[in-house]
Write a protein that binds this ligand. Structure first.
Ligand SMILES: Cc1ncc(COP(=O)(O)O)c(C=O)c1O
Length: 386
C-alpha cells in the first residue's frame, strides 16, 4: 500500500469510529468516565457538590471507608504485597489465597472454592468452559453480560429463557434436554438491573427433574441476604441444592475479586479449564487478605442493618435493595438524573444495551448508610419529573 492510500484508509477508518460515536451521542447512549472529586461513606463529590450516592454497590459501606481501611492496614501491618506477579497456577499464590478459599467453603458447607480476579472473570471462565461440544446451557434472559459473554465463548449451545419464567424454562427443557449430554441452568439470584429475585425453589426442582447443573450468581446478594450473608441460597435454605455458587467481593464486601464454590470435581475442572482463571495474574495478596478480614471481622456484625436496608427496599416496591425506576426513553432518563443531581443525589442512567430498548431507567441502590427518608425524597423527586 502506498503512503497516500494508507493515509486515506486511516482517515476512512477513523471516520467510521467517529460516526459510531456521533450516533451514540445523538441517541443519548454515549458512555464516559466521570471526574469525581472523591467518595466517602454514602457521599460522592462531583462538580464541587456533595451528593448522596444512590448508584453504588457499596451495600454495607465497607468501601471508601477510611476508618475501616485504616483498621485493616493496622491489623495487617502491611505484611501483604500489592502485586502477585503471576497467575495462581504459576507462582501467584500464597497461604492467604487458600485461607480465603477454605473460609468460603466452610461458610457454604461446600467441598471446594476457587477465587477469580472479578465476577466478570468468574462468569466468563465458568460459562465458557462448563459446557463443551454436545452440551447445553439454559440462561435467564436478563443474566449479566459476563454470563452472556461466557456462553458466547463456549463450544456448547445455549438458550435464553424469558426472565424468571419457569414455565418457559421447563418447556425448553422438555424440548431440548434429551438432545444434549451435560446441561446447565444459570441464573442470577438478585437481578442486577431489576432488583427482583430468581425463583430458586423452582430452579432447584427443575435442575433435579431434568438432571442439570445449576449455577447461581449471587453477586448482588452475597454479603446482603441470609443470616450469615451467604445470599438468597441461605435465605431459602437451598445452599446444598445448588451445584456452583458464584459470589463477588467487589460489591457488599467492599474489596475486589470473586469466588465459585461447589463440589471438588467441578472446581478442579474449572481450575483446569477456565481460561480467565488460568491466563491472568492473580489479585494482589493485600486484596485477598482484605476480603478475608472483612468477611471474618465485619460481616458478622451487619445483620440488623442489612435487614433494615432490605425492608426499605421492599417499602419502595422492590424485592431487594436494588430499586429500578423505569423511565422509558434515554433522554428522559438522563434528564431525570440531572434533576436529582441538582437536588443533592447522584444516580446513573441505565440504558440499552444494559437493559432492553425502551426501558431506560434509574437503578437506585441502597446501602446501609442511606436512610429511608433520603430514599423516599429521591423517589418523590423522580415522580414529580415524570
Ligand atoms: C450479576 C453480576 N455478576 C457479575 C458481575 C461482575 O462482577 P465484577 O464487578 O466483580 O466483575 C456483576 C457486576 O456488575 C453483576 O451484576
Amino acid at each position: 500500500m502506498d503512503i497516500s492510500s494508507l493515509l486515506s484508509y486511516i482517515t476512512d477508518m477513523s471516520e467510521n469510529y467517529c460516526t459510531v460515536l456521533e450516533n451514540l451521542k445523538e441517541n443519548s447512549h454515549f458512555r464516559y468516565i466521570r471526574d469525581f472529586e472523591g467518595k466517602d461513606e454514602k457521599y460522592i463529590y462531583l462538580n464541587g457538590k456533595k451528593l448522596i450516592n444512590l448508584s453504588s454497590n457499596n451495600y454495607l459501606g465497607f468501601a471508601d471507608n477510611r476508618s475501616i481501611t485504616g483498621e485493616f492496614l493496622n491489623y495487617s501491618g502491611c505484611g501483604y504485597s500489592f502485586g502477585s506477579a503471576s497467575a495462581r497456577l504459576l507462582t501467584g499464590t500464597l497461604p492467604v489465597y487458600k485461607e480465603l478459599e477454605n473460609l468460603i467453603s466452610e461458610m457454604f458447607k461446600k467441598e471446594k472454592t476457587l477465587l477469580f480476579n472479578s465476577g466478570y472473570h468468574a462468569n466468563v471462565g465458568i460459562n465458557s468452559s462448563i459446557a463443551g461440544k454436545g452440551d447445553v446451557i439454559f440462561s435467564d434472559k436478563l443474566n449479566h453480560a459476563s454470563i452472556i459473554d461466557g456462553m458466547k465463548l463456549s463450544e456448547g449451545k445455549f438458550f435464553r429463557y424469558p426472565h424468571n419464567n419457569m414455565e418457559a424454562l421447563e418447556k425448553l427443557l422438555i424440548r431440548e434436554r434429551k438432545n444434549f449430554k451435560n446441561a446447565v441452568i444459570v441464573s442470577e439470584s438478585v437481578f442486577s438491573m431489576d432488583g427482583d429475585i430468581a425463583d430458586l425453589n423452582k430452579l432447584t426442582e427443575l435442575k433435579e427433574k431434568y438432571n442439570c447443573i445449576l449455577i447461581l450468581d449471587e453477586a448482588h446478594a452475597f454479603g446482603v441476604f441470609g443470616a450469615n450473608g451467604l445470599g438468597v441460597n441461605e435465605t431459602l435454605g437451598l445452599t446444598d441444592k445448588i451445584d456452583l455458587i458464584v459470589g463477588t467481593f467487589g460489591k457488599a464486601i467492599g474489596s475486589t475479586g470473586a469466588f465459585v464454590t461447589g463440589n471438588s470435581t467441578l472446581i478442579d475442572y474449572l481450575t483446569n479449564k477456565a481460561r480467565s482463571f488460568i491466563f491472568s495474574t492473580a489479585l494482589p495478596p493485600i486484596n485477598i487478605a482484605f476480603s478475608k478480614w472483612i468477611i471474618e471481622n465485619k460481616l458478622p456484625h451487619t445483620f440488623e442493618k442489612r435487614m433494615n436496608m432490605l425492608a426499605a427496599g421492599r417499602k419502595a416496591g422492590s424485592e431487594s435493595h436494588i430499586i429500578p425506576v423505569v423511565i422509558g426513553g434515554n433522554k428522559e432518563t438522563v434528564d431525570t438524573c440531572d434533576v436529582l443531581f441538582h437536588n443533592g443525589y447522584f444516580t446513573l442512567p441505565i440504558r440499552p444495551p444494559t437493559v432492553p430498548e425502551g426501558t431506560s431507567r434509574l437503578r437506585l441502590s441502597l446501602t446501609t448508610e442511606i436512610n429511608e427518608k433520603e430514599l423516599f425524597d429521591a423517589i418523590s423527586l423522580v415522580e414529580q419529573t415524570k
